[in-house]
Design a protein around this ligand. Structure first.
Ligand code: NDP
Length: 317
């Protein structure tokens, strides 16, 4: 299966691995790219020297295209941008900020630019800023998320009506069947995060990977909208946040409760009690820790099978 996204990114399958803090280093990115998808280094949790080393290791491990995800609210943003350009990373995925500020600079340096959005307004803004494609991420997604709570099922057709550039659907996509569904809605490809967080190549702590596999439905929530909305597992830390809300905590109190480095504590150090465990709703469907290559191949095979089966199941005459 090839799509406009495959042409744009020079990849075999229209599957992009989400750039996830503490989960997606060079090993995961290279494995996904080598399997025919687009591997993505999540730079949000990396100091600049670490990012440079991860990019260099990724280049040594794959001759296929890969990307770096850059949250535009990252404290050392300028240093990250300079490294991405110097190291000639072919594709950048920007998120959590205004695409107008950096897109021209990346484009001048010859990069393909993708921006992550969660509503129509920002999709249009990204298109006006000159990005090559957008990731449209619905409410189901893990980690940072839109305030509007628009689900992927509603978001993709809405955005499709308003922009001309290719759309990569994200949020709630952990299987080939879900991929088939969003392609039917008008997406040109998919981005999957949670499914890749629970792979052998993910840099997440084993405790977190096993917790993703254990989690059932209804075990994630989108919270902390006053600071930065984030979807995470409802662990003991989440219960502390809920209690703070019940006691009428304001933004400052919530910020103090969150503190610093919660995501690292949970996802990288494996503290399932005090850490922040960012993951999507699709964690309920993840039943095992797999190799990234197998995730890509299984997803593609299932997607094609579902599309063919659906075609056969209905009489369109
Ligand atoms: P915190 O402020 O709680 O902690 C900062 C964390 O980031 C620390 O663990 C620190 O590592 C690490 N870090 C890496 N580079 C820097 C730097 N230049 N300055 C300070 N800290 C750095 O932030 P979060 O952990 O919540 O988020 C970190 C980043 O990840 C942010 O840029 C945020 O926007 C992004 N993020 C993106 C998400 C997404 O869904 N795309 C989800 C959540 C966060 P150390 O402990 O080793 O010092």
């Amino acid at each position: 299966m090839r799509s406009i996204i495959c042409e744009l990114l020079n990849i075999k399958y229209p599957i992009v691995q989400g750039g996830m803090i503490w989960c997606s280093g060079w090993e995961l990115a290279a494995a996904v790219s080598n399997a025919g998808g687009l591997g993505v280094i999540g730079s949000g949790s990396m100091y600049p020297d670490i990012l440079r080393s991860e990019i260099q290791k990724c280049k040594a491990a794959t001759d296929k295209p890969f990307a770096v995800n850059v949250p535009l609210l990252y404290p050392d943003l300028e240093a990250h941008i300079a490294i991405i350009i110097e190291e000639k990373v072919p594709i950048v995925i920007t998120s959590a900020g205004n695409p107008a500020t950096y897109t021209a600079r990346f484009k001048e340096a010859g990069l393909t630019v993708i921006h992550v959005v969660a509503n129509v307004k920002f999709a249009q803004k990204a298109e006006s800023a000159g990005v090559d494609a957008i990731v449209a991420e619905g409410f189901e997604a893990g980690g940072h998320n839109g305030r509007e709570e628009t689900t992927t099922l509603c978001l993709i057709p809405l955005i499709k009506q308003h922009v001309q550039i290719p759309i990569i659907a994200a949020g709630g996509i952990g299987s080939g069947a879900a991929m088939a569904a969003v392609l039917c809605l008008g997406a040109d490809g998919v981005q999957m995060g949670s499914r890749f967080a629970a792979t052998h190549e993910s840099s997440a702590h084993l405790n977190f990977k096993e917790e993703i596999v254990r989690a059932g439905d209804g075990e994630t929530a989108l919270t902390l909208k006053e600071i930065t909305p984030v979807r995470l597992l409802k662990n003991a830390f989440y219960q502390q946040v809920q209690l703070a809300y019940e006691n009428g905590a304001d933004k400052n109190q919530l910020t103090a409760l969150l503190g610093r480095g919660r995501a690292k504590k949970g996802m990288f150090e494996g503290d399932l009690i005090e850490g922040e465990l960012e993951i999507g709703q699709v964690s309920a469907q993840i039943n095992g820790i797999m190799r990234a290559r197998d995730v890509v191949e299984e997803t593609m095979a299932e997607c094609l099978m579902v599309l063919q089966k659906t075609n056969r199941a209905y009489n369109f005459d």
